[in-house]
Design a protein around this ligand. Sequence first.
Ligand code: ATP
Length: 321
Amino acid sequence: MNASQTVGVAVDVQNLSRKFRGNEALRDVNLQIPSGSIFGLVGLNGAGKTTLIRHLIGALVAKHGQVRVLGQDPVADPVGVLRRIGYLSEEDSLPQWLRVGELIDFSKAMYPTWDDAYAAELCEMFSLSRTSRLQSLSKGQRARAGLLVAIAHRPELLILDEPSSGLDPIARSDILEAIIRTVGEDGRTVLFSSHLLDEVARVCDTVALMSAGRIVERRTIEDLQSRYCEIICRENFADGDSPRLPAAFGWQRSGGEWSAVVETQRLEASLLSGDLQLLNRYEITLERWFTARANTSADDPLAIEEDESGPQQAIASGEIQ
Ligand SMILES: Nc1ncnc2c1ncn2[C@@H]1O[C@H](COP(=O)(O)OP(=O)(O)OP(=O)(O)O)[C@@H](O)[C@H]1O
């Protein structure tokens, strides 16, 4: 049993901050990823996801705060950590002059746990020929080659930073999801950073949202769906302001109707203090939660501050579907 399995935490980031020429890319980030989980990292462009991941693979030194990956310091022991993780980034960074076979042999030499049979299986699954030069492959095929060498040593932690950007829709859904699920089912850990929120929702058990260098919210997908819902309502506003409804945030207007994300438990009480006609209520999607929450910060009071002073009689139940 290795260190990460002993403590049950694959990634442990404590109070990590990072500035680039005065620009705060990470602000006091704390993140623990349990071993065995498939963990989604989402956030707008520039939120800090790649900067965080670069600390995990030891490409950036933690100047403020602490980073442990599989129980080890990725900067103090880069070989020890990198041998145990698989990493694929959005960048097309494979050495183009190599042939696929040479890339495989080169990677095999780096990883004591390399699995030849699995590598051959992946080669076939991805329709990659050992004799093809990487520079002659399409971007999507090179991404497949990158994925192959990221996983053929059966890493304890697989880190995927926007891996889908070079893949066509079929490759994304068939290959990437299959890989992520297989790794997850093996009891290994996956950190999946992506802007493709439907994919994140499909494969991940937990998701963390980054905004302006902070983790603003982290939940299991199950918890997210039970905690929030989306409402569609109507209100007669002369001035075009968004409705004022406690416990609701992320207002969007479409014609005469408004949509918002609401904490489900507070929905009925908060409707009492507003002058809204509730038209519909939906299960929250990751995408709707993201659009409502992505520009907020952890210390932002949001609109979900509770107003518990109102009368507690229930809203007519027929209005809520
Ligand atoms: N090497 C660097 N030098 C200067 N600024 C940097 C550097 N790396 C990142 N930044 C800045 O840090 C912030 C966070 O960038 P980062 O790439 O981590 O975001 P991201 O969430 O991965 O974005 P995206 O979704 O676009 O990939 C941005 O403002 C970016 O411009």
